[in-house]
Design a protein around this ligand. Structure first.
Ligand SMILES: CC(C)(COP(=O)(O)OP(=O)(O)OC[C@H]1O[C@@H](n2cnc3c(N)ncnc32)[C@H](O)[C@@H]1OP(=O)(O)O)[C@@H](O)C(=O)NCCC(=O)NCCS
Length: 137
């Protein structure tokens, strides 16, 4: 696999980030991210780059207290199964910590074992502070 660079997302990445976000078969989405989700000082948005192409994204934000939340993590299909997801996750945790974050919140749907295993690799545990409640309507 080719060399990967992880860096903070910039405004010039918006189209590529939205493209990956749309290609991510996401169960939950707020729709295409706004430019502010990259530029805002509380935003935590990173990209994985390979030969000038964006091959992975992670987009989240710092909340008001010592919390951050990861909203979107998508790896381009041909880069899945490698180190990209772990590197982006590591970047998100490191950036969060540097912003004073002590707790990181992430959501994974039960039908996504890759995502759940990835979070477990980082030491995330299900449950704890919040109970998720959903209702069919
Ligand atoms: C979820 C996603 C980011 C994970 O990235 P990835 O490169 O595919 O992840 P990996 O291949 O490193 O797999 C992560 C873990 O799941 C395991 N895994 C891989 N395929 C699996 C499968 N079919 N079933 C169970 N576990 C699996 C891996 O072994 C790894 O666990 P490990 O750390 O114990 O080895 C990526 O698949 C993706 O972009 N999916 C579409 C978008 C998405 O669902 N995003 C999440 C919601 S925002």
């Amino acid at each position: 696999m080719s060399e990967i660079t992880i860096r903070k997302a910039e405004l010039k990445d918006l189209a590529a980030v939205r493209e990956l976000q749309a290609a991510g078969e996401l169960v939950f989405s707020y729709g295409p991210i706004d430019p502010e989700e990259i530029t805002d000082e509380k935003s935590i948005a990173g990209v994985a780059e390979s030969h000038g192409e964006i091959v992975g994204i992670i987009v989240g934000e710092k909340l008001a207290g010592p919390w951050s939340v990861a909203h979107y993590l998508v790896i381009r299909r041909d880069f899945r199964g490698g180190a990209v997801a772990r590197e982006l996750g590591q970047w998100f945790l490191g950036t969060s910590k540097a912003m004073g974050v002590q707790h990181v919140l992430a959501y994974a749907d039960v039908g996504n074992p890759r995502l759940i295993n990835l979070y477990k690799y980082f030491g995330f545990a299900a449950g704890g502070t919040y109970v998720e409640l959903t209702k069919e309507i």
